[in-house]
Each structure stands twice: as structure tokens, then as C-alpha cells.
Design a protein. Structure first.
Length: 441
């Protein structure tokens, strides 16, 4: 009897493996993203354009390199916002070819990039990454300005990545499409989704430690607003000090030598009080925030390649049948907002913006988020993404779904067709259509 039972389980596993769907890959065609949202005023559109210009600006140490602004470093992960948020358009996420590698090579940081690639931290055809150490939870920048023009007297080295290989944790860039709409969703709307749900799902909101309001940006929903999100990223990713984060970061909590941190006076990004042109008065951090605030949400398609509208519609039904929509809620509505283009709008983000333990935790706490929790990633725009999960280790949607567990285990079982209640189990055709649906977003 035991042998027969084993044979049955083995046969069932083989059948399931044979019925796994196939991800057709990142959808081609128009990006359907990267432009401004509809119904902006003339002046709002001008601030969006100015923000896009700054988002695409390249930093150098002292601005001595042609077509660059000063302020890079002393430690950095890349030298522009758009280099990381590049795919499928400005504001997106990691492209197929990692710009961190090509950037470092172009700057002459050959030894630094070779160290990173030899350790498998980044690769030419892998995702853009930032690195954290589990022991302190903080970001440890990949590159230093040592050897770059303007930094001739700065001699600092990369973090000891080889000595911390067992605790390296990675994050890839989150796309910033439609973030103004997400910012405009009221706390009360998000909080309605908290609490126990079907299949053992139980999400909670992350909150700002000072005022207790709901935070929503970043992999752990750790940032409250687009301005804070921008200021922190400018300092952490490019090493540019600003009026929100006015101090150089150093390494491991220790400031770098004055010869590195005082090359350009801090803060390097600030309000330009003496300028009269409105779009130039504000600091870059606020310009980035305006770009993201007015950046349109990704536009889904009704068919693509050999995938029909009927298959996409059936795939969305399968998405709901399995219970994926419990966390990846299709839409929320913005509240009353001072910007008409953001007020009372339906936001088809496919996320509850809550924290869940789905078995992919990295052991790092941020705000109220524990090491086991991540924010439900919005799925809009997922049709054209190349890398998935917080660390970019999944390169197709099927593997990303298979990585779900803990709170999401019941829904994943439904997807696999082995859930406890047969009425929620998907057939092989439904699984494939669900993948086609996701690639339409």
C-alpha cells in the first residue's frame, strides 16, 4: 500500500510538472508608459517635463564631465535615476542589460566592477541591484568615487563584500509609474483591506513612526511620500546630499574622510532661491517627486503577439478564481486631492499596498515591516518586466508565482491545482491564461 501511495504521488507530481504554464516573456510593442498623465494643467505639465529632465540627468563628482551635474558620491550605486529606472521607459525598472556594469566600465572603475561581478553581486545581463547586509539592514554602496575626475585626493575602498557573502541581501528598483495616484489613495481606503482574509491571508499596513499614518512606497512600503522617497534615493543611490538627507553616508556608520565628503559643499541639492524660472527654483528632489507624481500609470493591452482578448479575459477570471486578487486587489480610488488630475480616480494597481509574509523575506526590518514581510507588489506594468521578486532572482512569472508561500501558500496551491477546495483549483488552461493575463498588464 505504501508503494502504491508513493507511486500515485510521484505520478501526480509528474503530471503537475507537465502542466506548468509557460511565460511568453516580456511583452513587446509600445511601452505604454513613461509619459505624463492626462488632464494636467499647462503648468503641471511643465513641472513634469522639468522633473523628467532631472530624472535623466547624469551626476559626476564636481560637474566637470560634459553634460553632468555635480554631487556624485563619495559612494554610489549608479550615476542617474533613469539608469536604474529604465525599462520599458523612463520610470520603469531594471533593463535586461545592467547599466551599473556599463556605467562603471565607462567611468574607468574596472577594478571595482570586476570585484562585484566576480562575487556574483551584479552581472552584465542581470538586474540592477543594491546590496544590504543582514547584520545591519543598511545599504552598502557598490562603487566609490576614488579615481574619478575631481576626486583625486579621495582614497576610499568598496565595502568588504567578500567578507560578508553569507549575509548579502539584494533589492532591485521598483518602477515608479503611476506613483502620484498611489500617493493620492487615502489611508482609510488602504486600511479597509487589513485583517484576516480567505486562504489564510492577513495583511497589515506599514506606518510612519512619528505620525502613525500609512506608508506605501518601497519594497516594504517604508516610505511615506514621493518627496521622502526621492530624497532618500538621491542620497543612497547616487550619494547626492539634499535638504531631506543632508549628510554624506560613509560606510558602516563611519563617515568617509573629509577629502572625500567635502569635495562639494553639502547639501549638494537645494532650493535655488535666486533663480526666477519656476521650474528651476525647486530642488532636484522635488523635481523627481513631480515627475513621479504626474507620471501616467502603465496602459494594459487587450491582445498581443499570439494571445487573444478571450485568453486575457479568461486569465483575469482565473486570477480571481485562485484568489490572487485578495492581495493583488485590482483597483482602489484616490480621495479628494488638490490636483484635479489625481482626485477621485480609479487606480488599477493590482495591490493592496499592505505587508504580507509570502515566504520570500530577507530578514531586514524597515519601519513596521518585519524581516518576513514585503509590500504586495503592484502588478500594473508587469507585462514588460524582465526581473521579478525583490532581489531579481526570478526571470519569469511562473517562477515568481512558485516562490510564494506562507500566507500565499493556499493561493499558490490553487494556482497549481492542488488546493484543499477543488472549486478554486485552476486547470492547465486556466494557469496558462493567467500568465497571458499578467503579461497583458
Amino acid at each position: 500500500m505504501m508503494l502504491c501511495a508513493f507511486a500515485f504521488v510521484f505520478a501526480a507530481a509528474v503530471v503537475m510538472a507537465g502542466n506548468d504554464p509557460t511565460d511568453p516573456g516580456a511583452r513587446g510593442g509600445s511601452a505604454g508608459a513613461g509619459g505624463s498623465m492626462a488632464n494636467l494643467t499647462v503648468k503641471e505639465a511643465k513641472f513634469f517635463d522639468a522633473g523628467l529632465d532631472e530624472f535623466q540627468e547624469v551626476q559626476s563628482v564636481i560637474g566637470s564631465v560634459a553634460d553632468t551635474e555635480e554631487g556624485l558620491g563619495p559612494r554610489f550605486n549608479s550615476n542617474s535615476c533613469v539608469s536604474c529606472h529604465a525599462h520599458p521607459a523612463a520610470g520603469g525598472t531594471s533593463p535586461a542589460a545592467n547599466p551599473q556594469v556599463s556605467m562603471a566600465v565607462s567611468l574607468g572603475l574596472t577594478e571595482q566592477v570586476n570585484t562585484l561581478t566576480s562575487l556574483g553581486i551584479i552581472s552584465p545581463n542581470g538586474p540592477v541591484r543594491e546590496v544590504r547586509f543582514a547584520s545591519d539592514g543598511g545599504v552598502h554602496a557598490l562603487f566609490t568615487i576614488t579615481g574619478l575626475p575631481g576626486a583625486e585626493n579621495c582614497q576610499i575602498v568598496q565595502p568588504d563584500f567578500s567578507g560578508h557573502l553569507g549575509e548579502l541581501k539584494f533589492r532591485i528598483p521598483t518602477p515608479v509609474f503611476g506613483l502620484g495616484l498611489i500617493e493620492a489613495i487615502e489611508d482609510a481606503t488602504i486600511l479597509k483591506n487589513e485583517g484576516p482574509k480567505q486562504f489564510g491571508i492577513n495583511g497589515i499596513a506599514n506606518r510612519n513612526g512619528n505620525d502613525g499614518t500609512v506608508t506605501r512606497f518601497g519594497w516594504k512600503a517604508q516610505n511615506k511620500s514621493l518627496v521622502i522617497f526621492s530624497g532618500e534615493a538621491y542620497n543612497v543611490e547616487q550619494g547626492v546630499t539634499n535638504e531631506l538627507f543632508p549628510d554624506e553616508r560613509g560606510e558602516g556608520g563611519t563617515p568617509d574622510p573629509a577629502t572625500c565628503r567635502r569635495i562639494v559643499a553639502a547639501p549638494q541639492d537645494y532650493v535655488n532661491y535666486d533663480v526666477t524660472q519656476p521650474q528651476q527654483v525647486i530642488d532636484n528632489v522635488s523635481a523627481f517627486a513631480n515627475f513621479m507624481r504626474f507620471l501616467a500609470a502603465p496602459v494594459p493591452v487587450t491582445s498581443y503577439a499570439n494571445v487573444t482578448s478571450a485568453q486575457i479575459t479568461a486569465g483575469e477570471a482565473a486570477f480571481t478564481k485562485a484568489g490572487c486578487n485578495i492581495c493583488h486587489i485590482k483597483s482602489m480610488t484616490t480621495g479628494r486631492h488638490g490636483t484635479a488630475a489625481l482626485a477621485n480616480k480609479t487606480v488599477n494597481l493590482f495591490s493592496d499596498l499592505l505587508l504580507h509574509n509570502i515566504g520570500t523575506g530577507d530578514g531586514i526590518s524597515q519601519g513596521g515591516a518585519t524581516g518576513d514581510q514585503f509590500r504586495t507588489a503592484p502588478l500594473w506594468g508587469v507585462g514588460q518586466r524582465v526581473f521579478f521578486l525583490h532581489d531579481g532572482t526570478a526571470t519569469n512569472l511562473v517562477d515568481a508565482i512558485k516562490a510564494h508561500g506562507e500566507e500565499a501558500a493556499g493561493v499558490k496551491n490553487n494556482f497549481d491545482g492542488v488546493g484543499a477546495d477543488a472549486q478554486f483549483n485552476l486547470t492547465a488552461t486556466e494557469r496558462q491564461n493567467l500568465i497571458y493575463f499578467l503579461r497583458s498588464l
